[in-house]
Design a protein around this ligand. Structure first.
Ligand code: GLN
Length: 190
C-alpha cells in the first residue's frame, strides 16, 4: 500500500510523518504522473485558493479528480474545501466531488484557531480526539450518501465520510494521535 500526499502547499510533510509512523509507504504528489502507483491520496490543509491555483498551473485538477473518483481520498481543512461540491460563491478551482456544503471561513477572526476534544464515530468514541482547528471551514449541510462522523457541541459538522471519501475540518496531522490516519489506511486497504 502506498498513499500519496498532495504536496503543492500547506501541511503535507506532517501527514507524511504520521503515515510513516504507521509504517505506510508515502509519496509526494506534485505532477500528474506521481499519481500513477498510488492506492490513496491525502489533500492537506493550507490555503485552498493557493492549492487550487498551483493544481491548475501543474495540470493536476483533472488528474486529481479522476484519481479521487476511483481511489480513497481524504481532505483536511483546505483539502476538505478542495473536495467539496459547494463552497458558496467563491470562484476558485475545486475538485467538486463530495456532496457537502462548506463555509470556508466559518469561525471568524476571534476564534480562528482552537483545540477541542472531539468524539468521532468509528474513530474516537471512548477517548476523544484532540482536534486542532486553524481558520477552519465548517460543513453547513450534507446531501444523501454523506455520513456525519463528528460535530462540535453547537452542531457544526466537522468530519464526514462519503463512500471512499473522507473530509475533516481540523488538522489531525498536527497532533501525535494516529487514529484518523489509521482509519484512512483502513479505507485504503478495504
Ligand atoms: N481557510 C483556509 C482556506 O480557505 C483553510 C485553512 C486551513 O487549511 N488550515 O483554504
Amino acid at each position: 500500500m502506498k498513499i500519496g500526499i498532495l504536496a503543492l502547499q500547506g501541511a503535507f510533510s506532517e501527514h507524511e510523518q504520521q503515515l510513516q509512523r504507521l509504517g505506510v509507504a508515502t509519496a509526494q504528489v506534485r505532477l500528474p504522473q506521481h499519481l500513477a502507483d498510488l492506492d490513496g491520496l491525502i489533500i492537506p490543509g493550507g490555503e485552498s485558493t493557493t492549492i487550487g491555483k498551483l493544481a491548475t498551473d501543474y495540470g493536476l485538477v483533472e488528474p486529481l479528480r479522476d484519481f479521487a473518483r476511483q481511489r480513497p481520498t481524504w481532505g483536511t481543512c483546505a483539502g476538505l474545501i478542495f473536495l467539496a461540491q459547494d463552497i458558496g460563491v467563491a470562484a476558485q478551482p475545486i475538485l467538486g466531488l463530495m456532496a457537502i456544503h462548506v463555509n470556508r471561513n466559518a469561525f471568524g477572526r476571534q476564534v480562528d484557531s482552537f483545540e477541542t476534544p472531539l468524539t468521532i464515530a468509528d474513530v474516537a468514541e471512548d477517548v476523544p480526539f484532540p482536534a486542532v482547528f486553524i481558520r477552519a471551514p465548517l460543513i453547513t449541510g450534507v446531501e444523501a450518501g454523506v455520513r456525519v462522523l463528528a460535530t462540535l457541541p453547537d452542531g457544526g459538522i466537522v468530519a464526514v465520510r462519503q463512500g471512499h471519501w473522507l473530509a475533516t475540518a481540523f488538522h489531525p496531522e498536527l497532533t501525535d494521535d494516529l487514529r484518523l490516519h489509521r482509519y484512512f489506511c483502513g479505507m485504503v486497504n478495504a
